[in-house]
Design a protein around this ligand. Structure first.
Ligand code: SF4
Length: 706
């Protein structure tokens, strides 16, 4: 018998709907889901190859304790007693969870509830901290809440799309496909790409501004000043201060555009063109991603972009908004339930701790922000955190200064890792290793970059003794004596509770509101169609034989009302500042790390697919030919990249796509796939002081022939 299941791609934040078909021989085939509004049937290379990744090769199928196979009772008892004893002896802040945008919303909800409401600490952070936390902090400063005001339809409706720090063609390919299709239908639509590298995305732009690394605030301040000088005014709070802070660009109308162009390292005429296009185009969407967020000035960069949209009132209208595109499939769902240590739950802050505790009726509540990702590993290193539970992520590859994190874990008294793979750099250091369900076996929801909640549905049985993450955590919570709060029939019950919490004591002061989903029956949860939040009223969600039209609100902030104390959006005065660690005589090049088209994170899945692995078969470093000559580097040879934090050995690609003075290396490879290629060991651990997001886009580095 053949069965087809509608589910969601587990890779990037586009959140495409896929159909998984299982034939009579249990062979899996994958196609785009034509009913999903985010991708309308399209998939990229990674999504298309998903069937290559669902085999059981390398899977962790049984719990392991101290390196030895164990039963679930033994493993859960060790985790529960280890955490309970540590808390009893050293207090709740001596334990921590480090989780992941790969978790489903229901998993994330349970992790957050256990740590913040029952253990009573906010020491739960997520790998989303490395990805989107600057956008979160920027949204809160501007809008009062972590709300993404746009949706993918806006990209198609826009007459000008500005992509900043986003190689969309490779990293969010279906969004890029939608954008290209819209431009093909209407060649008058313009695309500007702002990126130090000439990426595949930049190749198709009407205008590419290869700005110098880290100069985004100077560029958007210059734009703000230009707009102010060309008739745009605002009475919004912070508007006058933001314009006054826009610095040298304030004199642009007087002919000083060259000052800004020189500061950001682009051609005067090109910058003038960009400013003129932005000023003249009502329907403008500015998309930003990790190139903006992963910076020691990440939050200021986000607000510099949002300022320009608020000044021109290009927000809350079709085809007009600033638009943060998330990196992971459920980065936004994790933010909704409080997966970051800096928020509580349902977008509530710690000033609303009593509200959350009332809803949970919990024995404790975290009242202050906890440790952010890098702080968390520093606290482990310092011996302050003595028990850590890492779920669905491989921080010893993905964190900056990753060997320091490795040393910290090596001396941590209790390291628990939940994963689907038997061996990862992180799993190999676990005292307790717990087998989690993988993508094809998991049931729950995720929220993509356009606030679309989609169902992820299992289509394969859980292998061996693998279990759902939420179920593992509930078992541990019960063994810690928290039975009352952690008895659920399944993920639908968890989702209903999450939805009810978003509506609890919410008189419209919080945009995240899922009141309309708080009473979903099991059947309605099963059939839940992609739904964009907020969903404040209950509507029929089920249709016989087909997904119904989506619910929810497309255009937020259309009435000019924001979830701030004064109900208004706020501009934020920002001033340019350089990267935390400048290049120097010892480390003269700026290393930028990022993704390639066909691999995902630390390659535990994508490396299984021969067609994906064939795209770029080995780790590399890109360098401008002039720099290669200067440092004696040959195209195709191996070179050593050295920074103040570590080293990696990579194959050299010389290309004029790189700016002079810059290097690019992919983040994916680790010691399992290529020796000495773990670029995270060399990446700069400086963080944005507001968001805590690391500066992956600027690490001072030296290069030498191997
Ligand atoms: Fe998956 Fe992203 Fe590709 Fe869509 S664009 S198929 S979500 S990797």
């Amino acid at each position: 018998m053949t069965t087809t299941t509608q589910t969601t791609c587990p890779y990037c934040g586009v959140g495409c709907g896929v159909t998984a078909t299982l034939d009579g021989d249990n062979a899996v085939s994958i196609a785009g889901d034509g009913q999903h509004p985010s991708n309308k049937g399209s998939l990229c290379s990674k999504g298309t190859a998903l069937a290559d990744t669902v085999d059981l090769g390398g899977r962790l199928l049984h719990p392991r304790v101290d390196g030895v196979r164990a039963d679930w009772d033994t493993a859960l008892a060790r985790v529960a007693s280890g955490f309970a004893d540590t808390i009893a002896e050293h207090g709740p802040d001596a334990v921590a969870f480090y989780v992941s945008g790969q978790l489903l919303t229901e998993d994330y909800y349970i992790a957050n509830k256990l740590m913040k409401g029952y253990i009573g600490s906010a020491n739960i952070d997520t790998n989303s901290r490395l990805c989107m936390s600057s956008a979160v902090a920027g949204h809160k400063r501007a809008f009062g809440e972590d709300v993404v005001p746009g949706c993918y339809d806006d990209l198609e409706a826009a007459d000008l799309v500005v992509l900043v720090g986003s190689n969309t063609a490779w990293c969010h390919p279906v969004v890029y496909q939608r954008l290209m299709a819209a431009r093909e239908a209407d060649p008058n639509k313009k695309l500007v790409v702002i990126d130090p590298r000439r990426t595949a995305t930049a190749d198709t732009a009407d205008l590419h501004l290869p700005l110098a690394p880290g100069t985004d605030v100077a560029l958007f301040n210059g734009l703000l000043a230009y707009l102010a000088n060309n008739g745009f005014t605002t009475d919004l709070p912070g508007g006058a201060e933001a314009i006054a802070a826009a610095g040298p660009g304030r004199d642009i109308q007087g002919g000083d555009i060259a000052t800004v162009a020189e500061a950001v390292g682009v051609d005067d005429a090109d910058l003038q063109t960009f400013f003129e296009w932005f000023a003249a185009t009502e329907r403008t969407v500015t998309v930003f991603s990790q190139g903006v967020n992963q910076s020691s000035a990440g939050t200021d960069k986000v607000n510099a972009i949002i300022n320009c949209h608020l000044l021109t009132e290009r927000i809350g209208k079709p085809g007009a908004c600033p638009f943060s595109i998330t990196g992971q499939p459920n980065a936004m769902g994790g933010r909704e339930v409080g997966g970051l240590s800096s928020t509580l739950a349902a977008h509530m802050g710690f000033d609303q701790a009593d509200t959350v505790q009332r809803f949970w009726d919990s024995p404790a509540i975290a009242r202050e922000p906890g440790l952010k990702a890098l702080e968390l590993f520093e606290a482990i290193e310092a011996g302050q955190v003595k028990a850590v539970w890492i779920m669905a992520t491989n921080p010893l590859v993905s964190l900056p200064d990753a060997d320091r994190a490795k040393a910290a874990l090596e001396q941590c008294p209790l390291v628990v890792v939940s994963d689907v793979m038997r061996h990862t750099d992180t799993a190999d250091l676990a005292d307790v290793l717990l087998p989690a369900a993988a993508w094809a076996e998991k049931t729950g929801t995720v929220t993509n970059s356009e606030r679309m909640i989609s169902r992820q549905r299992a289509f394969l049985p859980m292998p061996g003794q693998a279990r759902a993450d939420w179920a593992i955590m509930c078992d541990v919570a019960q063994r810690m004596g928290f039975a009352d709060g952690f008895v659920y029939e399944g993920p639908a019950a968890i989702f209903r509770e999450h939805a009810a919490l978003t509506a609890f004591e919410n008189d419209g002061d919080r945009v995240l509101n899922l009141a309309g989903l708080a009473d979903l029956s099991e059947a309605d949860y099963d059939y839940l169609a992609p739904t964009r939040w907020p969903v404040t009223t209950c509507q029929p969600l089920r249709a016989a034989g087909a997904m119904p039209a989506r619910q929810g609100v497309d255009q937020l902030f259309a009435d000019g009302t924001y979830p701030t104390a004064d109900g208004q959006a706020h501009l934020v005065a920002v001033t340019p500042r350089g990267p935390a660690n400048a290049v120097s005589a010892d480390y003269p090049l700026a290393l930028n790390t990022g993704r390639i088209r066909d691999h995902w994170h630390t390659m535990t899945r994508t490396a299984k697919s021969p067609r994906l692995a064939a795209h770029i078969p080995e780790p590399f470093v890109e360098i401008h030919p002039a720099d290669a000559e200067l440092y004696g580097i040959t195209d195709g040879a191996l070179a050593t990249i050295t920074t103040a934090w570590g080293q990696a050995a990579l194959r050299v690609i010389t290309t004029e796509r790189q700016r002079q003075g810059c290097l690019f290396a992919p983040m994916h490879w680790n010691d399992q796939f290529a020796s000495s290629a773990r670029i995270g060991t060399a990446a700069n651990p400086a963080v944005c002081p507001i968001s805590g997001e690391p500066e992956f886009k600027h690490t001072p580095a030296a290069i030498a022939p191997l």
